[in-house]
Write a protein that binds this ligand. Structure first.
Ligand SMILES: Cc1cc2nc3c(=O)[nH]c(=O)nc-3n(C[C@H](O)[C@H](O)[C@H](O)COP(=O)(O)OP(=O)(O)OC[C@H]3O[C@@H](n4cnc5c(N)ncnc54)[C@H](O)[C@@H]3O)c2cc1C
Length: 264
């Protein structure tokens, strides 16, 4: 067995096609809209935020005064615009842009909790029906830090029992379908804490919600640990969409993140 640490990789995110956006804005709002876009794009730090703002402003044609006779002034900066939509609870515009994360060396405890979040997500999880482990990897929760040697022995014993049972089968003679069925049966022996991996895509509305729920002090330690990393990445890469998130330090060195605007 080996001890591992959960790892978080942001492996994908929504990009825009700036030429197409500009052409579209020209079609609906002429030079007022295209000039707004050029100015906003130059100041923008993230394409996901830019897309969110384009989508939001399209609703009222608020790219500039003169496009919608009902609009006599507009919010000039992206900071002001995004902050206002968050404060009003206009959460749906935050569904346009997504991020894709790879969570590696996470346990089945973690993945089971993660997949409870149903809305606005796509999931691909390592199949332990297909993938037969050659070694058990395990993350040691801080609560067991003082018992590392004992945990190691326990996991090694399980690993040994797994190998024993695995050795009862003639793998060479099996076709892939039979291997899959035996592998799936054998995984029942493995512990919940066994490390695995999962790819998780979610839109920003969902990421905001899951960060708030899963970094709460009452949340389970591993998902809190992982979503603390997610929150830090989101704050850095999407400073406007996550501007209202503030954190408190928890005794186990993770952070609990709370948004000012919960409904969004
Ligand atoms: C600290 C903590 C302890 C927990 N303990 C337990 C436990 O003991 N047992 C247990 O089973 N679960 C437990 N959970 C899981 C929890 O009950 C939720 O299933 C999980 O957090 C998913 O959140 P969500 O319901 O907001 O779903 P999401 O899929 O993230 O949905 C986002 C939002 O969309 C809306 N929504 C989603 N689906 C529907 C729907 N079908 N109808 C109407 N509105 C919808 C809701 O407003 C929801 O908040 C716990 C979670 C936490 C954070």
């Amino acid at each position: 067995m080996k001890f591992v640490e959960p790892q978080v990789f942001l492996i994908g995110e929504t990009r825009i096609d700036a030429a197409q956006v500009k052409e579209m804005l020209g079609a609906i709002g002429g030079s007022i809209a295209t000039e707004w876009f050029s100015k906003t794009q130059k100041a923008s730090r993230s394409e996901g935020e830019l897309l969110t703002e384009v989508a939001g402003r399209l609703c009222y044609k608020s790219f500039g005064v003169g496009l919608n006779p009902n609009v006599t002034k507009i919010r000039q900066s992206s900071e002001e615009y995004i902050q206002n939509t968050l404060s009003k609870g206009d959460g749906s515009i935050f569904e346009h842009a997504t991020c894709t994360f790879a969570f590696i060396n996470v346990s089945r405890v973690f993945t089971h909790e993660l997949v409870r979040h149903r809305v606005g997500v796509a999931i691909s999880q390592e199949s332990l029906r297909y993938v037969r482990p050659s070694e058990l990897s395990f993350w040691l929760p801080p609560e067991l830090a003082g018992k590392k040697a004992k945990v190691k022995t326990i996991v090694e014993n399980i690993e040994g029992s797994y190998k024993d049972l695995e050795g009862e089968f003639d793998w060479e003679s099996m076709n892939f379908d039979v291997k899959k069925r035996i592998t799936s049966a054998l995984r029942r022996i493995a512990p919940d804490g066994m490390a695995t991996s999962i790819i998780w895509t979610a839109n920003h509305r969902t990421i905001r919600h899951v960060i708030a729920m899963r970094t709460a002090e009452a949340a389970e330690v591993e998902i809190r640990y992982v979503f603390d990393k997610v929150a830090r990445t989101m704050k850095e890469k999407f400073p406007l969409i996550y501007a209202d998130f503030e954190h408190t330090e928890l005794p186990d060195k993770t952070r609990s993140w709370r948004p000012k605007y919960v409904k969004a």
